[in-house]
Design a protein around this ligand. Structure first.
Ligand code: PMP
Length: 410
């Protein structure tokens, strides 16, 4: 008697055409999902059908194509709203990605709320895109960046976070799931504590949206930013969720067509949410492709994917720990999908190069988290990052590739 597998990874892999290709004569082992994930056929088909059947500008035309494009575009917004359980579509703003979402908040709410001598709290494990926009804001205004420290496992020191909050704190911006360590931060607590001080919180969801079920109302975060391309969707499209009352109170970011109600040379009246923050012709194909990615994820079920990925992570962690001379960076209790490591005596770039000869794609470098590398006093790591289409056999290939790397450099 055969039992049905809980998560049929072989069936899932068939949905991703790129997983059939070879690299350097070997089957591709794609373990760079934190940088960008691969796209299922349904997303690729959606992009092709948009351009071949309904390409038109949105919100502008009375003609059929424009109406169809608008329906698809707004339909995608609605799918994203459901995915993260926002209250209303008006709270879902299409952006270019996480980076643009964070910059948007820094240059609107940030400029309005933060004054000279005030403080913005981030953490030691932030991606540069959740560091630099706040640094720029602080420099503009004469405010200060405060940084929540982490322990050697790569976990936030929550006591220190609480101590950093003061009447000078005007904003908190923290990553939900670290791209370099895999740490899942206790963001619900982070939000609740900040709210006791009336401080709004932005969550960088670039890594969490593709790997964890997210409910922005349950988290009670004020903003949540993520990117389509890590969520099995196209590049150049992302989402900024914000609570309506905050979005309404915010000044505009970019200005121009689409985001206005009326314009005279004397005065412009801005459009309602979410269009107020969507100046210019948007990435229509990208948004529609993201909608198809959300449909795809719903067929998989993020909760099932999360359970499978965490099994894979556990297996990978156990396997890597058996390798002499390998050190894992990022050993938090609550982790998802990231195996960052060092090999004694070998530079991470060399690891990546040897693995590539085996068809294995990993990321090497500082992962856009230089302050985190400084905290661990290392220049870089080698990072294997997982998705639900990866397999234990691919982890075994990685382990074999690491042994091969040691041989090459011995
Ligand atoms: N934050 C985190 C945690 C990330 O991993 C990334 C992408 N590596 C970003 C922000 C920036 O995302 P994007 O480049 O898609 O704007």
């Amino acid at each position: 008697m055969t039992t049905k597998p809980v998560f049929d990874v072989e069936a899932v892999r068939k949905d991703f055409p790129i997983l059939n290709r070879e690299v350097q004569g070997k089957p591709l082992v794609y373990l760079d999902n934190a940088a960008t994930s691969q796209k299922p056929q349904s997303v690729i088909d959606k992009l092709v059908s948009y351009y071949s059947e309904i390409n038109a500008n949105v919100h502008r035309g009375v003609h059929t194509l424009s109406q169809e494009a608008t329906d698809e575009y707004e339909g995608a917004r609605s799918k994203v709203r459901k995915l993260i359980n926002a209250k209303e579509e008006a709270e879902i703003i299409f952006t270019r990605g996480t980076t643009e979402g964070i910059n948007l908040v820094a240059q609107t709410l940030g400029v309005q709320r933060v004054g000279e001598g005030d403080e913005v709290i981030i953490s030691n494990m932030e991606h540069h895109s959740n560091v630099v926009p706040w640094q720029v804001l602080c420099d503009q205004i004469g405010a200060h960046l405060r940084v929540v420290p982490i322990n050697d496992d790569g976990e936030l020191l929550m006591d220190e976070y609480e101590k950093l909050l003061s009447p000078r704190t005007k904003l908190v911006s923290i990553v939900h799931l670290s791209n370099a360590l895999g740490t899942i931060n206790p963001v619900k607590d982070i939000v609740a504590i900040a709210h006791q001080h009336d401080v709004p919180v932005l969550l960088d969801g670039a890594q969490s949206a593709p790997h964890l079920p997210v409910d922005v109302q349950d988290l009670d975060c004020d903003f949540y930013a993520f990117s389509g391309h890590k969520l099995y969707g196209p590049t150049g499209i992302g989402i900024l969720y914000g609570k309506r009352e905050l979005l309404e109170s915010m000044s505009v970011y970019q200005t121009g067509g689409e985001q206005i109600k009326s314009v005279t040379f004397e005065k412009t009246i801005y459009n309602d949410l979410p269009y107020k923050f969507e100046a210019g012709t948007p990435n229509i194909a990208g948004a529609i492709g993201l909608g198809a990615a959300v449909d795809y994820i719903n067929t998989i079920g993020l909760d099932r994917a999360e359970a499978y990925e965490s099994e894979l992570l556990q297996y990978g962690t156990e396997q890597l720990q058996t390798i002499e001379g390998l050190k894992l960076i990022g050993t938090a209790q609550h982790k998802s999908g990231v195996l960052s490591f060092l090999l004694e005596g070998i530079h991470p770039h060399d690891i990546g190069t040897v693995l590539d000869t085996q068809g294995i794609a990993i990321r090497t470098g500082h992962h856009c988290t230089q302050p985190l590398m400084q905290r661990f006093q290392i220049p870089a790591t080698a990072r294997a990052s997982l998705a639900f289409y990866n397999t234990k056999a691919e982890i075994d290939a990685l382990v074999e590739g690491i042994h091969k790397t040691f041989e090459v450099f011995s």
